[in-house]
Design a binder for this molecule. Structure first.
Ligand code: ZN
Length: 99
């Protein structure tokens, strides 16, 4: 089974905007992350909110997310941010209004 932190990082990458912020509504990150399926047995289980918070901290420790990451907004390090393309340059959580 893929570690929770790895799933979280993939989700952050898929959701990140032009400034590398992956924004989530209240409780949305946990709702997206809580279910885990064991591909071998097919067993479905749920993790705790604390486990999701720990996964965010792990990604920060591994340098995969910036320190200002939180449940409402996961922030990719600037080295991983795509500067061009479609998407927002605004973040309500981090009070960035765009350029
Ligand atoms: Zn943000």
């Amino acid at each position: 089974m893929m570690p929770l932190w790895a799933r979280l990082w993939l989700l952050a990458q898929s959701r990140a905007d032009l400034i590398g912020h992956a924004q989530f509504a209240e409780g949305e990150l946990y709702d997206l992350m809580k279910r885990r399926v064991n591909r071998t047995s097919g067993e479905v289980s749920e993790c705790s909110r604390g486990a999701v918070s720990h996964a965010v901290k792990q990604c920060v420790e591994y340098g995969l997310l910036a320190r200002e990451s939180r449940a409402q907004c996961l922030v990719l390090p600037s080295s991983l941010v795509q500067k061009e393309g479609r998407g927002s340059r605004r973040c309500i959580t981090h009070q960035i209004t765009g350029a």
